[in-house]
Design a protein around this ligand. Sequence first.
Ligand code: ADP
Length: 269
Amino acid sequence: MQLRRSPRPHPEPERRPASRPAVELRQVRRCYGRGPGAVQALRGIDLVLASGSFTAVMGPSGSGKSTFLQCAAGLDRPTGGQVLLGGEEITRLNENQLTRLRRSRIGFVFQSFNLLPSLTVQENVLLPQRLAGVRRDRRQAQELLARVGLPEHGRRRPGQLSGGQQQRVAIARALITRPEVVFADEPTGALDTTSAREVLGLLRGVVDSMGATVVMVTHDPVAASHADRVLFLADGSLAGELWRPDPQTVADRMAALTSAGRYATGAAA
Ligand code: ADP
């Protein structure tokens, strides 16, 4: 299968300006359950994600991608190790502090958009400010809606928009608190090819023009090719990375990881 090459030139990693870490993982482990049935979902991940970078996370099913995202975003507590956001160790925070941190310093984009159907588009975009207890800035919401190409849609309800438009609203919502990091979990998984390309272009744009940091879990090599760097997970460990990824190379790496996993579990026999 020939995959379309991403037209955008990615900056060489060595030419990137030195940038402070937005996210850092130090020996992060996550074990589900205890005893003989325990599952090691993350087996000691060490990682630095620079501020202003766009990272894709890939791996076979069950390799630990969701667990990684949840631990890195402060939605789940690792069993061991440290997660730092902007240099601050978030694994030390209590639940209230973590909730405040998620509301003010992190943006989330989900596969299923997660917009509230009873609110207007603009109210959805303003929701993180409302939850964080800060003044709702309607002008900023309008600017973000314009940035995602929906300047006239603020008064509509999510149900009146296409899937791609709803995901663009979700991106505007993720950006309203000017988060340090946006975590996106399969953001194009429910979209057609054209809408997916628009959403990926937007994520690329918020990194390039707004200096945002984006971390995106995806199973799609074309989606991953919009990132600066792809991290591959296999069986809870980092199994490699690719800078300036192109879809074909990403797909080849994924195929190799998937077949290696099948041999390891005997499934290919
Ligand atoms: P991925 O997102 O790559 O499919 P996950 O992070 O969802 O992988 O899962 C990694 C491993 O952890 C898998 O073996 C999965 O079955 C296991 N796992 C995930 N969540 C739980 C849970 N809540 N309880 C027990 N095992 C889990």
